[in-house]
Design a protein around this ligand. Structure first.
Ligand SMILES: C=C(O[C@@H]1C=C(C(=O)O)C=C[C@H]1O)C(=O)O
Length: 360
């Protein structure tokens, strides 16, 4: 008899569960509608949540206490807000939901995002014609087409080498022309973008400028690929939104670059957030590179980190090479010399081929 009674209650409970489910989803539909109307407005509205909560608790007749009811509804509000955030992220122009096919960025014939592994190599800073030329020769001899080099250097200390500026860009262009290479170089000021596009094939926006919104907007209105590096302490969502600034102005030729994030770990310069690569590739349609030099800050880790990048699906790897790192004007501890560079590319070549991807 008692067993029968329990079964009856349980059946009723199951029905109530389904009613609750239907009501929760009815609520979710309404929350989504509100989310659509909220376009451009802040989605989290604590005042509205407080009003709803007060109305709910004022009608509470138990047996649940107000504290329990508040706890349950807070979770429901939270889930509603997440739904709105989720819908919003799908609306982003960089999002995979908006454009399911991969964006392939063409840099003078090198197609970043085409499934092969592309290397961007060169010195940290442009120091002289000789120095860049020596590296460029080695880069080209390996069939690599993309040369990096810093002319504008945002350094932590104002007393450190700040780069050669436009003179550095001129050196890069001259060397690139001589060796048929494409130039990737960082630009730090919106005012320099127009002039710099005559010298560079890719505008790099560095980690320290990832949220320099005026620079992002300026890079968004020119017809030049942009390599956007993740900020030192930027979340993946902030990184994606930084790319959205560029694409929202019209320039969709964006390459994302994971370069390590700041954590408590001191064994490496930064912590390479390797899982950011597949997340960025799932969430966006943009190609993703890994900068193994700045993420690790250690020569001995460049090859293993680059292999990890390839294994996890990165579209390319960026690393620094200097003819004589010991006397480099910046980042001397982490740049490869030319001999090490040979071994690095050799190692990557084998690894890449074994995983069925061509190294370019
Ligand atoms: C639904 C809204 O958006 C958000 C989600 C809420 C919810 O799920 O209850 C409440 C307030 C906002 O934080 C709204 O503003 O009304």
């Amino acid at each position: 008899m008692e067993q029968n009674q329990m079964n009856v209650f349980r059946e009723q409970l199951s029905e109530v569960n389904l009613e609750l489910l239907a009501l929760l989803n009815k609520r979710a539909d309404l929350v989504q509608q509100i989310g659509l109307v909220k376009h451009g407005m802040k989605r989290f509205d604590p005042v509205r949540e407080r009003e709803m909560m007060d109305l709910i608790t004022s009608h509470n007749e138990g047996p649940f206490t107000n504290a329990t009811v508040e706890h349950i509804f807070k979770e429901i509000f939270k889930a509603g807000l997440e739904l709105q955030e989720d819908d919003h992220s799908k609306e982003l122009l960089v999002s995979r939901k908006k454009k399911p096919v991969d964006t392939v960025v063409n840099i003078n014939g090198s197609n970043i995002g085409d499934g092969n592994v592309h290397l961007i190599m060169g010195p940290c800073s442009v120091e002289s014609y000789q120095q860049v030329s020596q590296v460029a020769e080695s880069v080209k001899s390996k069939g690599i087409n993309l040369l990096r080099g810093g002319a504008f250097k945002p350094r932590t200390s104002p007393y450190d080498f700040q780069g050669l500026g436009f003179e550095g860009l001129q050196i890069l262009k001259r060397v690139a022309n001589e060796h048929d290479l494409a130039v990737v170089s960082e630009i730090v000021s919106p005012a320099h973008i127009e002039e710099a596009i005559d010298y560079v094939d890719v505008i790099q926006i560095g980690a320290r400028n990832m949220q320099n919104f005026e620079l992002l907007k300026a890079a968004g209105v020119v017809d030049k690929p942009v390599l956007l590096k993740r900020g030192l302490s930027a979340t993946i969502s902030e990184f994606i939104n930084a790319a959205e600034y560029i694409i929202s102005r019209g320039n969709g030729n964006i390459i994302l670059c994971e370069r390590g994030i700041r954590t408590y770990e001191k064994a490496t310069r930064n912590t390479l957030d390797i899982s950011a690569v597949p997340i960025l590739k799932q969430e966006t349609h943009l190609p993703v590179l890994v900068d193994v030099t700045h993420s690790t800050g250690r020569r001995d880790l460049l090859l293993p980190a680059a292999k990890a990048a390839i294994a996890i699906g990165a579209d390319g790897v960026m690393a620094e090479v200097h003819p004589d790192p010991a006397v480099a004007l910046s980042d001397s501890a982490q740049q490869m010399d030319l001999e090490m560079f040979d071994k690095f590319v050799e190692g990557l070549y084998k690894f890449s081929n074994a995983s069925g991807r061509e190294l370019r």
